[in-house]
Design a protein around this ligand. Structure first.
Ligand code: PGA
Length: 250
């Protein structure tokens, strides 16, 4: 697993945008695995800026998202479907028919998971973007999730509900269950880019990069991937050993 310590959140976001843009420019039909949350917003802003300045073409790009809250319709402002349209998809002019996410309102959850697994098989990802939870989760795969899982429904950890309450008017409004790609689905992407910003992620970054590969730290499964890069800012790198903080490592 490679890692990059960027000076700031903006530098981290620009670095990530350069990697994504390389893929999009080389292959106008690339499949991008996308993430929600606060962390990738700077990356998405950089892609939108590039589109405005350079006219990068996304008309043949396909996007698949990691996860979606159970029980929120796509029109809900805190649904991840809404987040993606608002922060990225509309500005990049990605056709609606090319952008996929789990249906949070699906009546038959098992069937929805099967549908999404089939969709991921049909659209193999060139890159998967990830954030990381303060407890080391990736997508909504909470500690203890089997690395063999594909798309499934998960009950959110108390810490995740607390972390995400900042996006809702109260903690009671945060959905308690979500659809999520599993670790196995994430590891199927050709390339993986995981972003971490802020001191709240420092322990998760330390465990992901230097700890054992264990289901107690879902992101540690990324150590087994042949092409995964973690990019973090200095605050998220704070607990790394001094020689790891120097910049770029393999
Ligand atoms: P954040 O969430 O980017 O909002 O910190 C990341 C995550 O929980 O995966």
């Amino acid at each position: 697993m490679k890692w990059i310590v960027a000076n700031t959140y903006d530098a981290m976001s620009r670095w990530a945008a350069d990697i994504v843009l390389d893929i999009v420019r080389q292959n106008p039909r690339a499949v991008l695995g996308l993430a929600t949350g606060a962390t990738p917003i700077g990356l998405y802003e950089a892609l939108v800026r590039d589109k405005r300045e350079n006219g990068t073409d996304y008309s043949q790009i396909t996007c698949v998202n990691l996860d979606e809250y159970c029980g929120l319709p796509e029109t809900h402002t805190q649904s991840y479907a809404y987040f993606m349209r608002h922060h990225l998809l509309d500005a990049l002019e990605i056709p609606r028919a090319h952008a996929f996410i789990e249906n949070g309102m699906a009546e038959d959850a098992m069937e929805e998971c099967r549908r999404y697994d089939a969709l991921l098989d049909k659209h193999p990802r060139d890159i998967q973007i990830l954030g990381i939870g303060s407890n080391g989760h990736i997508a909504f795969n909470e500690p203890g999730t089997s690395f063999d899982k594909t798309t499934h429904v998960i009950s959110l950890a108390e810490s995740t509900i607390r972390d995400n309450a900042r996006f809702f008017s109260s903690v009671d409004e945060v959905p308690t269950r979500a659809f999520t790609m599993g670790p196995k689905s994430i590891l199927a992407s050709k390339k993986i880019l995981i972003l971490a910003s802020g001191s709240g992620k420092a322990k998760a970054v330390l465990d992901t990069l230097t700890g054992p590969v264990t289901e107690d730290v879902p992101a540690s499964c990324l150590q087994t991937h042949p092409d995964c890069t973690l990019i973090c800012d200095e605050a998220a790198a704070a607990l790394l050993p001094a020689e790891w903080k120097a910049g770029v490592g393999v």
